[in-house]
Design a protein around this ligand. Sequence first.
Ligand SMILES: *Cc1c(COP(=O)(O)O)cnc(C)c1O
Length: 376
Amino acid sequence: MRRVSSRVEAVDGGRVRMGGRWLISLSSNNYLGLTQHPRVIAAAQESIARYGTGSGSARLIGGNLPPHEELEQELARFKQAEDCLLFSTGYMANLGVVTALVGPGDLVIGDRLNHASLIDACRLSGAAFRVYPHGDARRLEEALRRRRGHYRRTLVVTEGVFSMDGDLPPLREIAETARRHDAWLLLDDAHGTGVFGPGGRGSLEHFGIRPEGILQMGTLSKALGSLGGYLAGPRVVVELLRNRARSFIYTTALPPGCAAAALEGLRVLQSEPDLRRRLWENVRIWTAGLRGLGLDLISDAGPIVPVRVGSNRETMALAQALEEAGLYAPGIRPPTVPEGSARIRTSLTALHTEQEMGQALEAFRKVFSGSTLVSR
Ligand SMILES: *Cc1c(COP(=O)(O)O)cnc(C)c1O
C-alpha cells in the first residue's frame, strides 16, 4: 500500500485539525508540549529578529552564532558531558558520528530494532556491521567476545528508549559490556531526553549510570520542541567530530531560531518539572486504560505506547476506524517495524487533558471491541 502523509491544518494542545475536523493526536513526540510553549516561541522569535531566519553557511566557514555556542554548552552541562556538537537533525548526527568514528577494519554492532538513521549510518561507515537481538546484553557479550579481537575499533549502538516499541534496553549491562570489551557506546536518546530520569536528563539518569565515556546522541526535535541533533561526550571525541563528521562540516548550520528554541526548551524543562509530572500522570492513565480494555501493549514503560496488531491490513483498517472516531493514532508497518509486528503506535504528551484521554479510550473501546485483539 502506498504511504501518504496527512495534511494537518492547525495544531492546538493535544489536538490537530485534519480535513476540517479536530482530532485528538496520539502521534507526536512533542512530549512536553514545548513547541507551543510561550517562552520557547518568544525565544525563537527574538533570535530570528536578531540573527535572521537562516545561518547562511556551514559553521566551519561562516562561524558560530551565540545560540549555537550557548546551546552546546548547556546541552553538555545537562548531559553531564565534557563537550557537545550540534548537527542540523538527529538523523544527520547519527550519520556524522558513526561514519567519523568507524570505517573499514572496524566493527559496529547494534540492537536489531535500532532506528533507520542508525542503520543507515552503520552501513555507510564501511565498518563490519552486526546486530544483536533486541535488548539482549548477553548476546552482545557473546558477539563481542567472538569478534572484538579481529577489529581495530568497535562501536556498540543502541537507543535509550526505542522509538517504535517504547521500551528501554538493559542499559547498565550494555554499557558494562561495551566497556569490558574496549568498545565505544553510542546511545541514541532521542526519546529519553526530557522524559526519563528524575531531572529529565534521559535514560542514563533513569538507570543511574554515570555518563563518563558514553557518546550521548540526541535530537532537539522531540521533547525539546525544535529541530536539530547533537552528540554530547568526551572532549576528544567531540573535537574529532568537529573535524571529521561530514554531515556537520558540509551542511549549513542549524537556523538560529531553532537553536534558540531548543535552548529555551532545555531551560523550561528544567525550571518547570510540572510538565514532566503531567506527562507521566498521562502515561499512567493511558496505559491503565488500554490495559483495562484488554489490549496487548508492546510497552507501557513511557509515553510511547504501541498496541500490538500483527497484520498490516488490519492495522491500517484500525487506524482508519480510529480516525473516523476522532483520533489520530498512526498504524506502523514494515519496514519501519519487523514483518508481522504491525501496530498502532500511540504517544502521549503533557498537553493531553484528562477529558481528551477519556475520549481517546472510548474511541479505542469502540474500534477494538469485536476484534480478536481484545483478550478476556
Ligand atoms: C527521531 C529519531 C532520530 C532522528 O532525529 P531527527 O532530529 O528527527 O532527525 C534518530 N534516532 C531516533 C531513535 C529517533 O527516534
